[in-house]
Design a protein around this ligand. Sequence first.
Ligand code: T1G
Length: 694
Amino acid sequence: MGEMVSYAVEDGIAEAVIDNPPVNAASHGVRAGLADALARFQGDAGARVLIVRCAGKTFMAGADIKEFGKPMIDPQLPELLKRFDRVDKPIVAAVHGTVLGGGFELALACHYRIADAAARFGFPEVKLGLLPGAGGTQRAPRFAGLATAIDLVTGGGQIGAAAAKDAGLVDAIADGDLAQAARDFARALVSEGKGPRRAGDLPMPEDDPALFDAARKSLGRKMRGQTAPLMALDAIRIGYEGLPFDEALDREYALCRDMVTGPQSRALRHIFAAEREVAKVPGLPADLTPRDVRTAGVIGLGVMGRGIVMALASAGVPVIAVGLDQAHLDAATKAIAKMWSSSVAKGSLAQGEMDARMARITGSTDPADLAAADLVIEAVSEDLGVKQTVFATLGQVTKPGTILASNTSFLDIDTLAAASGRAADVCGMHFFNPAHVMRLLENVRAAETAPDVVATIMAFGKRIGKLPVLSGVCDGFIVNRMLSKRSREAFFLVEEGASPAAIDKVVLDYGFPMGPLALGDLAGLDIQAAARKSRAAKASPRELRADFVEQMVAAGRLGQKTGSGWYAYDETRKASPNPETDALVAAHAERHGLRLREIGADEIRERLLYAMVNEGAKLLDEGIAPRPHEIDVAMVNGLGWPAYTGGPMHWADQIGLDKVLATIERFRAEQGDDYWTPSPLLVRLAGEGRGFYA
Ligand code: T1G
């Protein structure tokens, strides 16, 4: 049986218990162990019913992702689950935790299912660029009907135990101990003379085939650019259109197997692994003890400060919220209550939970009240002088060992550390707007930040449900520094003759949620103008000359909020090309004697994206980003870089760094060294025929 699956029989009830921490993935040892247990159960006349369950925190959470790409060893999961169909005695799955992917498929291949009340179910395969390849697309519809099966299989989301029971995917919800409830359930099956209830014996539902077309349309929008959801929909259709069950299973598995080697699955599995790798900071002693953070503090209650207070209170952390004065504090408290009240009104937040969150927030206008905090996050205005004063105060009023973190998006944290008088306790925690929604958190290690402070903010970031990525100190850290190069190239391309719509279309077609110019209109061109102003001292003459944003702000055109920016907006904020912008660009070219030219989509894409890849390589060169993992995870989660490309560094590796470098060298010849000098790391890796990851 091997050590991963135990098998025992008592009073005619056989139990196969899987134990493969941390998530009972269907590794080879689990599959072999289950095969043995099934054979023993089949051959043991004394065993009337079999229960399959898992030890640890969750029932099987899927195939073993770490085995993908390696030669698969028999029995493979699809074939093993077919054997469940051939057993002539009842099999019960007792499930808890996150019953996902191949784990959900194992449960559906069992004849009955009893679930812990807190269990959750889903087919996340499409998030890995795959489809349920062990019967999910054929068994789920037979138990739950077409609409529920399509939603689960193509959306990759999860449903709870009660919803699963209502849908027919679960037969009973355990009352109390799951193992005992499973035994009682099994015993009742035997006493009622119930035999196997195989999915394959159930007819495919005759639900309306129009569900497929509707799903195809909505997937085209919701999962734009991704192939797996549409392939998963086709897999369901194979069985729906009458292919015999076993043949449909074989077709489904063949589809899934072919997707494993596809670029989108490799990219999505890379991001899955990278998002877990970035939690392990290289060079940090594994035995470091994070500091205890019982109470947090936030000073500065503008938009970001309020979002951070909400993120902390939502995660169960008591937080002292310090405003500049009573008016600021009252406005912040009111705004926070309003946001949560609207969630309560929508039914996405229980009133009791909102009350608990509000109770965790203690308002104050006196920084001295932060003496009770173990971690203080500063979120005052992005002015170095103001922040220096705040850090000097924090250094005085907080107790020794309290961590002092700045939410600044680009100011120098070493300067703030010096102002505090306690540099070892100072770091950055850069949240992304809206801070209570966006998962990405750029944790910034300054020159003198103590190692245990780094360990603390990485652990604390995960504790509050964020995705912490470590960065060193530089202007813009990882995301905003790379983004600033895309903005530069976008403005240059406008100067050279590309229309805003052409530029944004290339970025949209690549898979971003929005193009750079439309994004500027959404955020507000006044915000962008202020950011450009703060960097003017470091900007080149050409960057200063490309002052379209300043020109539009001067004309009162701030983007969506004024109905006019790069685009013109109607009352529903629908964008259309803006003649005022065309006139502005033409006048700009005339004024500066610029020759406008036709620019193709390929050049636009390479100018915008390779500028970020090159900057990412410089971040690695300078040690700002510890590894390419941090860059890919930050750009996917901070800028919406499409995960199915793997992020900038993985994507560049797939193209080949020699090709990326050759294109950058061409731009260098055309655009000049200031903007297109390749990073030394990129040159070296390309020369060695390697990638950022290889
Ligand atoms: N295989 C291998 N390792 C896995 C794994 C998996 N399926 N899921 C998690 N891990 C590792 C993870 O890498 C990390 O390792 C540790 O477990 C804790 O993970 C045939 C083809 C289950 C909700 O996509 O969603 O089935 O970093 O930090 O926050 O049709 O893990 O400690 O070394 O995420 O508590 C489908 C993916 C596979 C589920 C738990 N299944 N996992 O979250 O822990 S494809 C999935 C998750 C498939 C079949 C198809 C989450 C979780 P390390 P964690 P968590």
